[in-house]
Design a protein around this ligand. Sequence first.
Ligand code: PMP
Ligand code: GLN
Length: 381
Amino acid sequence: MIQHQSKLPEVSPSIFSVMSGLAHKHNAINLSQGFPNFKSDPKLLKLVTKAMQSGYNQYAPMAGAMELREAIATKFEYLYNTSYNPESEITVTAGATQAIYTIISAFIKQDDEVIIFRPAYDCYEPTIALNGGKTVSIQLEAPTYGVNWEMVKSKINNNTKMIIINTPQNPSGTIFSKQDMLQLQELVKGTNIIVLSDEVYEHIIFDNEQHQSACLYPVLKEHSFIVASFGKTFHNTGWKLGYCCAPKSLMEEFQKIHQFNVFCVNHPMQKAIAEYISEPQHYVELPSFYQQKRDFFLNLIKESRFKITPSKGTYFQVLDFSAITQENDVTFAKRLTIDHKLAAIPMSVFNENETDYKMLRFCFAKTEDTLEKAAAIICNL
Ligand code: PMP
Ligand code: GLN
């Protein structure tokens, strides 16, 4: 057998693969990995076919189809009244994951420190480690997951190269306020710290809250990469299409890596999405679409023994099961899948030292029929 030294000795298959695999094996309703079980807009699918039939089947330009970059720039103007130059400040990527991987690879060197907030989405830390960086975690506490910005300030030193934020936040379902963004802006002002703002759920935000994009804050914008995902936004997670935006000098560094990482991404889908997002209603209607799903699900489980703090954004709902069992969350998640045929994600995997808070994350991007079946199981626990 070939001997090798793992570059990620601590890493095993992600919780999303594990729980979706278990759900499949045991024929359980899968509310674990985050993906919709309904079809996306037939109009969008037709646009992909049209693009393929029109011959857009060869490499796209390295930074992305120009129509799509222009449409993204228009969307920023429409939603946030700010602009990115499609020539030099926007790159289309193979999902948000590749954007995140490439941003971290472009800027993080040996011993650089990257601040992240926990519970955190799973792809940040391994990518930082692969590049020799050190993750500095700030653990946030349920149910508010509020940030103590003085504490963040105390973690910043000469090695701090990047801060990663994620609002609306996966897995907690919380959002950053305007006040949070102003505090962050104050912290990075006058420094060389890069902010990676993971905004893949920008269109999935509830109760009339406004998404606090990093681009809304001029100083913050100068420091930031904004990352987005068309897969998440338009119910096609399997398309793996996203983008990132940043000031020109940062984007130039990004593209040095991007061109050797993937060079370019799926061309016909870029053409289709360019046309699709030129009609703002396609993204403006998303918050109410998903809020309806959240409310439908929460109404069905309101008499259950789970403790509910309604999600403020994302298509995830965290539920506290401490009144049901004292098992740890990983054990409970597995038992729920195998014995009760309902899969969810244990929250501990996103926390520092895998702290068990007796919580599970459920994805409600599902049809009403599926949510009803899942709720019946939840109410019987
Ligand atoms: N960031 C967060 C917070 C996510 O939840 C996800 C999963 N959608 C991603 C990044 C990756 O997005 P994509 O599927 O477009 O790679
Ligand atoms: N973003 C999805 C989630 O949080 C998972 C994506 C993946 O499987 N890597 O469930």
